[in-house]
Design a protein around this ligand. Structure first.
Ligand SMILES: Cc1ncc(COP(=O)(O)O)c(C=O)c1O
Length: 431
């Protein structure tokens, strides 16, 4: 294994200029590491610490924290932060010109880049500020009549459920939620639950591509096919799926897909996208009003008034960084890190793992409960004693800690979490 000094590429007595160059060239090093790893299968590379050390150094995170909540919102790598700062500075020179006229039109390159990544036409790709904005545009913008039913799950995201509940109060629609065992016995079992809950009044299905609670992946294509055969619209909540594991729109075939880009793409905070199947654009009202002539234009979902251009333009750099690693490698590493702690804790007394180990059903997100241990107190204990950041989740059906490592997470950080959990397994929480 390379020593830290060799890894940094700095000779003894290296100049400050060389150190500064290292800080600035994170992307070059990622690309060089990826080139040298060409031909290594992603699963083998997932355990190659010298490769991942290069990726870790591309982030400016504070290592006094063990941040295992990257699913909430993720830090961006340095190359993205730097781009965003450059764009912000330029925007501030004379915003009416430099932001509106120079920077804003560049969002079209971002649209093309995201469309290529997702596998759709750029004219189906709206750039939003987050998943909530994109998903709510569709949830609130679809024409629904009193008595029309929307079907989703009890594990869908609270904000998306709140949106339907507001429509229940306002428009008289009916929200139906299905529950499911977690981990479920199979993907087919999940699709069958949806099928069994459909009625002639079902007009829309909202399904998470991957849930935020346990990281369960859903059989989206099968659900969408079933829905289409019955004339039902399909909205997929991809907040945790996009840029986390490999897929394109062809693997889903949904009508609408909303995601955040500040989670797994590591784009600037306040970025997301909404995909709308071209034939459906005209029928969805945007959240903020647009002119009649924009009815069929995907950009009608971007009519939000004055907003920073820097955030959405730096999505372009996040895409380059993402390609520098490669989605197969990224998914394999995230799964490897997740498995490292889940396999270690699995089988220990009182440990309940709520996430499937099946790669078709999960990736980097894991959820664990220590039976008899108060989940909020456990979360606080991990932070107070070791500065470990995880999410204590209290849901109507269960509770557990959600743990989401990132590509910058070290195996040592994972082990520190596992060790802290083992200590609580053995001794309980301090009084
Ligand atoms: C499944 C799911 N959907 C939607 C959202 C909303 O994302 P945002 O807050 O970025 O809009 C989240 C956020 O964590 C989520 O986990």
């Amino acid at each position: 294994m390379a020593s830290r000094r060799t890894f940094l590429g700095l000779a003894t007595g290296a100049t400050a200029a060389a150190a500064a160059a290292f800080r600035d060239d994170g992307l070059d090093r990622v690309l060089a590491a990826s080139r040298s790893a060409e031909g290594t299968p992603p699963e083998a590379l997932a355990a190659d610490e010298s490769y991942w050390r290069e990726i870790q150094q591309a982030f400016t995170v504070n290592r006094s924290y063990v941040n295992l909540n990257n699913g909430g919102v993720c830090p961006s790598p340095r190359v993205v932060q730097e781009a965003m700062k450059r764009y912000l500075d330029l925007a501030n020179e004379a915003p009416v010109y430099t932001m509106w006229q120079l920077l804003e039109p560049q969002v079209e390159s971002v649209r093309r880049g995201l469309a290529r990544e997702f596998g759709c036409d750029p004219e189906e790709m709206a750039i939003t500020r987050n998943a909530s904005e994109g998903l709510e545009a569709v949830q609130l913008g679809l024409e629904l009549k009193p008595g029309d039913e929307v079907l989703t799950t009890t594990h869908d995201y609270p904000r998306m459920l709140t949106t339907w509940r507001q429509r229940e109060r306002r428009d008289g629609i009916v929200l139906k939620t299905i529950s499911f065992p977690f981990p479920p016995p199979s993907l087919d079992a999940l699709a069958e639950r949806f099928e069994a809950a459909l009625t002639p009044r079902t007009k829309v299905i909202l399904v998470c591509h991957m849930t935020n609670l346990t990281g369960q992946i859903f059989p989206v294509k099968r659900i969408c096919r079933m829905a289409r055969e019955r004339g039902i619209e399909t909205i997929v909540d991809g907040a945790h799926a996009f840029a986390h594991f490999p897929f394109t729109h062809a693997d889903l075939d949904c009508d609408y897909y909303g995601t955040s880009l500040h989670k797994w793409l590591f784009a600037p905070h306040g970025t997301g996208f909404l995909y709308v199947r071209r034939s459906k654009i005209a029928k969805v009202w945007p959240l903020m009003a647009a002119e009649k002539k924009q009815d069929e234009d995907i950009r009608k979902f971007e009519e939000i008034g004055t907003h920073p251009a820097a955030n959405h333009n730096a999505i372009a750099e996040a895409l380059v960084f993402h390609h520098g690693i490669g989605i197969e490698r990224k998914a394999a590493r995230l799964r490897y890190l997740r498995d490292r702690w889940m396999k270690r804790l699995q089988g220990q007394p009182r440990v309940r793992i709520h996430t499937s180990f099946d790669p078709a059903m999960s990736c980097g997100i894991g959820n664990v409960q220590l039976e008899g241990v108060d989940i909020q107190k456990l979360g606080r204990h991990l932070f107070d004693t070791r500065r470990i950041i995880v999410v204590p989740i209290q849901h109507d059906e269960f509770e557990g800690l959600r743990v989401t490592p990132c590509v910058y997470t070290t195996t040592d950080e994972i082990d520190r979490f596992a060790e802290a959990m083992e200590q609580v397994v053995r001794n309980g929480l301090p009084a």
